[in-house]
Ligand binder design. Structure first.
Ligand SMILES: *Cc1c(COP(=O)(O)O)cnc(C)c1O
Length: 373
């Protein structure tokens, strides 16, 4: 059994992808070809954002977003500690200071009360609170109402890191439309993945969109050999855009399939272990289906039993960022990050992809119930 079965999806759309790739080979516009424009229009339309700007990967998307918002030395950028490293990594790259915010023990997303404490703490440290980056972890949108209210009151900019959550909904709005900017990743294992690296940024702000188009292409002005600012070389390959066009065409259908699979897991498991809770009038895109052990349940033993039964499972993430060597010198919530530290020891994720057949899912469920019983 596969943790994520990319081959099943490929079998469904292989012919269409072949045709799309052949078209790129025929026209030969490998960089910023017509498929890139077509994809950007369709991405924006899908989530309801005014602009989508593609780039080379989800980490660059974050860094370009920080560049566009003018993040610099002396600025505090608030990020959750329980996330993939890229969310925080781009902050010191821009000379700014990441401040690690606690997450909620049920949603695993940024806790607004902790953000408030972190803002006060950053000011006490002589930093300028500049930006907050909520993450839509495992596919579930962050608590945007509470975070936006606080960000606005404190004059903070906001970037949604939706590498795992793009296409999810929060109170009727899709991720991609919150804050000043949203970023996502098309890494192959993400819910919308290409066959290599890729990423995108979303915004409703015309000026920011124009800036991002310049920044991803060496800070170009009117044309490519007119450089008006320091930028990066970060474009999505035309071939990857061509592939993504076919994947985006089935994305809504795949999100429905993920929802059905998540519902089956939850129905079958909620009496024996803590299953994901989707509150706040949200819809998750189920990038991961992540369980949390209860008191007395031994995660490592459970995962070992699953492995013996031929079921892959993975821990996202075994160590929160504020405890990692690269990040342990940066400020945190002054009350500590006990939840991030605890859940890093409790969580594990089950096989999840839109093509997980009911039979295979039954195997996962019965192996897990056995392991817990
Ligand atoms: C995958 C991921 C990224 C980085 O995306 P890449 O395309 O791998 O650079 C950033 N943030 C989160 C939360 C991610 O899961």
């Amino acid at each position: 059994m596969q943790f994520i079965d990319l081959a099943a999806q490929q079998a469904r759309i292989r012919e269409k992808i072949d045709t799309r790739i052949a078209a790129v080979l025929d026209h030969g516009a490998y960089i910023l070809g017509p498929e890139v424009d077509e994809l950007e229009e369709k991405l924006a339309a899908f989530c309801g954002a005014k602009h989508a700007i593609t780039c080379a990967n989800g980490t660059d998307a974050l860094q370009l977003a920080l560049m566009a918002l003018g993040v610099r030395t002396g600025d505090a950028v608030f990020v959750p500690s329980f996330t993939f490293a890229a969310t925080a990594e781009v902050v010191p790259c821009m000379g700014a200071t990441p401040v690690f915010v606690e997450v909620d023990p049920v949603s695993f997303n940024m806790d607004a009360g902790s953000l408030k404490r972190c803002i006060t703490h950053a000011k006490e440290q002589g930093l300028t609170p500049k930006l907050v980056i909520p993450v839509d972890l495992f596919g579930l949108p962050a608590d945007y109402d509470a975070l936006t209210e606080l960000a606005e009151a404190e004059g903070l900019k906001m970037i949604g890191d939706s590498a795992q959550g793009w296409g999810g909904t929060y109170r009727g709005r899709m991720t991609g439309t919150f804050g000043d900017l949203t970023t996502t990743s098309f890494f192959p294992a993400k819910p919308l993945g290409c066959y290599g690296d890729g990423g995108a940024m979303f915004t409703n702000d015309d000026d920011l969109a124009e800036l991002l188009v310049s920044l991803r292409f060496h800070g170009k002005g009117d044309y490519k050999y007119n450089n008006v600012r320091i930028g990066m070389n970060s474009r999505l390959d035309t071939i990857q855009a061509a592939i993504l066009l076919e994947k985006l065409a089935i994305y809504a259908d795949e999100l429905d399939a993920r929802q059905r699979i998540a519902d089956r897991y939850t129905d079958a498991l909620q009496d024996v272990i803590d299953t994901p809770v989707v509150g706040n009038e949200c819809r998750s895109i189920w990038a991961q289906y992540t369980l949390k052990t209860r008191d007395g349940q031994d995660r490592e033993a459970i995962m070992e039993r699953l492995k013996e039964a031929g079921i892959p499972s993975t821990v996202y993430y075994p160590m929160p960022l504020h405890m990692q060597k690269a990040y342990d010198r940066f400020p945190t919530d002054p009350e500590g990050l006990a939840t991030s530290e605890a859940i890093a020891k409790q969580v594990f994720s089950l096989p999840m992809h839109p093509y997980l057949e009911p039979d295979a899912q039954e195997q996962v469920i019965s192996a897990l119930r056995d392991a817990l019983g």
